[in-house]
Design a protein around this ligand. Structure first.
Ligand code: ADP
Ligand code: ZN
Length: 762
């Protein structure tokens, strides 16, 4: 038994020197911050600094979040930080806090969320083995050694001096070619003065120049152009809100072609003049060149671009310029919401309703909503712009939580497109069941060609044929990995069947794989087929197709849009990619094939998505001097989404849709979280989902738990998927209940997708 009289310290060996610990966010999905002991040099890295840390057999670059609890106690198993890369906050504190909020709200790991906030090259540790190069950088210790005259000498000193001038590091191959010996670098690495990381080698600064002539916006600021009365009023109201210097959200509800961009740009100029930064988010990479060009005319090179279409090197350089404070305006897609822009005064989210703001992989954040939180913390004004606001946003505008500012008319009194609906049942009766282009649409396309105007034709479905089925056994050819049928791409020899989810590709068989029957037929059609139909209906017309298949190659999308803008294409066939935000003044006709494709999807947003898509695409017509026309072909001419899109009546749509959401208890009336559990067998997926559902129900968290049920996409990439949908008016309690359920079953948690505020529930 212990001798109570003896003071412990006198019998035990002296306790080890306390080593401070820090919390580090490492780029591994779902992981909480990890605790590391500080490096051997004894320096405590600052919050926001990057550090190189060991994790299992890997070495990763993480970001320091701050001191860990219980520092001063040494645990022998605690790993040490290998190297500090920064002696300052590489990631600014407000961005770290924003990432922490995002991770918490969307139930994602902090590390994977901070990664989203970093420029790709600063992430380190994630490089592909084959296409990498090694980059050496000076560490904090190295910089100090250099400053302390005698710590390093000779070759080592020269090498450090070379690296000191390049804060982003120098490829080791470049050092070698400059005559710096590899073993000197190795010695410096051993001394902790230099760190070497692997980096993806695709830096290509010249690859993406400013938009070419074809992409330039159609108007050039002359400073003299006067705003319309509505634009003037909108700008005045927004200006007043911005002048308050306080957090506020305003919805700029302006019909297509009402000149929202002009309002954004003038408001940004005012905010900038007041000394504050501006962040402008757009939903698609394809929309950045036009907007950037407009903003460059006002702000010169103090505009930075941030999106994943840039090369890593370009993106990194732009990021560093923002971080250094050389930038006033950042234009980018959703991840730009984490840009290290200081003193934010205005955040603009253009086309705020767009589903592309939602990241469909972890962290599953909505860039619009993170933008609002960021503005709230910065005391900034948020402007949400749209012709077809999301139900969530409009609901807040109706309730008075957001200001609502309207632009009811197009600029220069241009009329909105005249929209008509073609009932395809009548077309089938008149011209046969294989009809793709209605008589009205074919004729209208012909007229545009005669007048040298342009047309857009939308079908929101890729491929040539959407299914191959057997006339003998009625089976369809399915993907071996996913519960969907394969889509036929190409014709003749080039014909292939492909899965749109996992990319599985196979030859189209000559006989049915199920019953060996020889009568295989193609059914359904996609954009490739429409392209072929337009070509044969309008011989001589220059027809091109814009969808994910035709724009896979880097630069292909910009090139296609530039050719269309330059008038080298008469008819552009495409998916929803052609519907968004573009301003093509010579387009006077928009045709929509199968306006109802989106309505068949088992998703509560199907009606909203369809209404938005149709209104937006109709809004591409008649934006120049000539009035526009839109023709919607459908088998459901009476559906409210189609009818109200035809009348371009947003408010009526909102009211109708809200009634449906209220009756079915869907957002914006409740919050929902979609939980999908993946497993090797159907039974396991269902059992594990049932386990989570049961735990959440038992927590009495005031949630409505639906399921488990097979997910609409029941099998994906070889895994079975079961779904639990949670609805609640109390987000916080819902989140806590879910967190506890998952924490109780970590093994299930690793196979679980949690989607907070989902854009779709497939
Ligand atoms: P929205 O984003 O609201 O659909 P845009 O901002 O693209 O509309 O503007 C539509 C077109 O109107 C653009 O070509 C733009 O240059 C032009 N425009 C905007 N404001 C004016 C104005 N005050 N006078 C003349 N043309 C304008
Ligand atoms: Zn598949």
């Amino acid at each position: 038994m212990a001798d109570e009289a003896a003071p412990a310290a006198s019998v035990l060996p002296p306790s080890p020197v306390p080593v401070p610990r820090v919390l580090v966010a490492v780029p591994v999905p779902g992981l909480d911050p990890l605790t590391y002991a500080i490096g051997e040099d004894g320096r405590v890295p600052v919050r926001g600094a990057r550090v190189v840390v060991p994790l299992g057999s890997r070495v990763l670059t993480g970001v320091v979040l701050g001191a860990a609890d219980g520092s001063g106690v040494d645990a022998p198993s605690l790993k040490r930080i290998r190297t500090e890369l920064d002696d300052h906050a590489f990631v600014p504190p407000d961005v770290i806090e924003l990432a922490a909020w995002t991770a918490e709200y969307y139930l994602a790991g902090i590390g994977e969320t901070i990664v989203a906030a970093l420029p790709p090259m600063a992430r380190g540790g994630r490089a592909d083995a084959h296409k990498t190069r090694r980059v050496a950088s000076i560490t904090v210790a190295g910089r100090e050694a250099l400053a302390a005259e005698s710590a390093v000498t000779g070759k080592q000193r020269e090498t450090l001096a070379r690296l000191e001038g390049s804060p982003d590091g120098v490829p080791t191959a470049e050092l070698a070619s400059e005559g710096f010996a590899a073993d000197t670098v190795a010695r410096l690495v051993r001394r902790g003065f230099v760190s070497v990381r692997s980096e993806r080698q695709d830096r290509d600064p010249g690859a993406r120049p400013a938009p070419g002539p074809g992409l330039a916006p159609t108007w050039h600021r002359d400073g003299e152009r006067s705003l319309t009365d509505e634009q003037t009023d909108a700008l005045r109201r927004l200006e007043r809100l911005a002048a308050d210097g306080q957090f506020r959200v305003a919805l700029l509800h302006g019909v297509t072609g009402s000149g929202k961009t002009e309002v954004y740009q003038r408001l940004a100029t005012l905010v900038r003049a007041g000394g504050r930064g501006v962040l402008l988010l757009v939903p698609e990479i394809a929309l950045t060149p036009a907007v950037t060009a407009i903003f460059r005319q006002a702000f010169g090179d103090r505009v930075a671009i941030q999106h994943s279409g840039l090369s890593d090197g370009e993106r990194h350089d732009q990021w560093m310029r923002i971080r250094r404070g050389d930038i006033d305006v950042v234009v980018g897609t959703r991840s730009a919401v984490f840009s290290p822009l200081a003193n934010l005064g205005l955040v603009i989210v253009d086309e705020e309703h767009d589903a592309s703001y939602k990241q469909e992989e972890s962290p599953r954040y909505n860039g619009r909503d993170v933008a609002i939180v960021r503005a709230q913390r910065a005391g900034a004004l948020v402007v949400l712009g749209s012709a077809t606001p999301s139900l969530e946003t409009y609901q807040h505008a109706v309730s008075g939580k957001y200001d609502r500012i309207v632009l009811t008319r197009r600029v220069l009194d241009r009329p909105l497109a005249r929209v008509s609906v073609v009932d395809m049942r009548e077309e089938y009766a008149a011209s046969g069941p294989d009809t793709i282009l209605s008589r009205a649409l074919a004729e209208a396309i012909g007229q545009r060609l005669e007048k040298n105007e342009q047309a857009l034709v939308l079908l929101n479905r890729r491929g040539f044929a959407t299914a191959v089925f057997c006339r003998q056994c009625a089976g369809t050819i399915e993907c071996p990995n996913c519960s969907v049928s394969l889509v036929v791409h190409g014709e003749g020899h080039a014909r292939r069947a492909r899965c749109h989810y996992c990319n599985y590709t196979a030859r189209v068989p000559a006989a049915c794989p199920l019953c060996a029957g020889p009568y295989l037929e193609q059914a359904g059609f996609g954009t490739e087929r429409v392209e072929a139909e337009v070509k044969s209906a309008a011989p001589g017309a220059r027809v091109a197709r814009l969808d994910r298949d035709s724009t896979r190659r880097k630069g292909a999308l910009d090139a296609l849009l530039a050719r269309f803008r330059a008038g080298e294409i008469d008819v552009l066939v495409g998916t929803q990619m052609i519907a968004k935000g573009h301003d093509f003044p010579r387009v006077t006709l928009v045709g929509v094939i199968s306006a109802d494709v989106g309505l068949g999807i088992a998703d509560f947003r199907a009606g909203e998505r369809t209404f938005q898509l149709l209104t937006q695409v109709a809004g591409r017509a008649g934006r120049g001097d000539q009035p526009g026309q839109a023709i919607l072909q459908t088998l459901y001419p009476d559906h409210y989404s189609i009818q109200l899109a035809c009348h371009q009546d947003y408010v009526a749509f909102f009211e109708h849709e809200l009634r449906f959401r209220r009756a079915m208890r869907y957002p914006p009336l409740v919050a929902i979280v979609n939980v999908v559990v993946r497993a090797r067998t159907f039974a396991a997926a269902m059992d594990d989902a049932a386990d989570l559902a049961q735990r959440i129900r038992a927590s009495n968290a005031d949630c409505h738990v639906l399921g488990p049920a097979p997910a609409p996409l029941g099998r994906l990439r070889g895994e079975y998927r079961a779904q639990v949908l949670i609805k609640s008016a109390n987000r916080k309690r819902m989140r806590e209940a879910l967190k506890h359920a998952i924490a109780a079953r970590p093994e299930i948690g690793r196979r679980t997708i949690v989607d907070v505020d989902p854009m779709s529930v497939l």
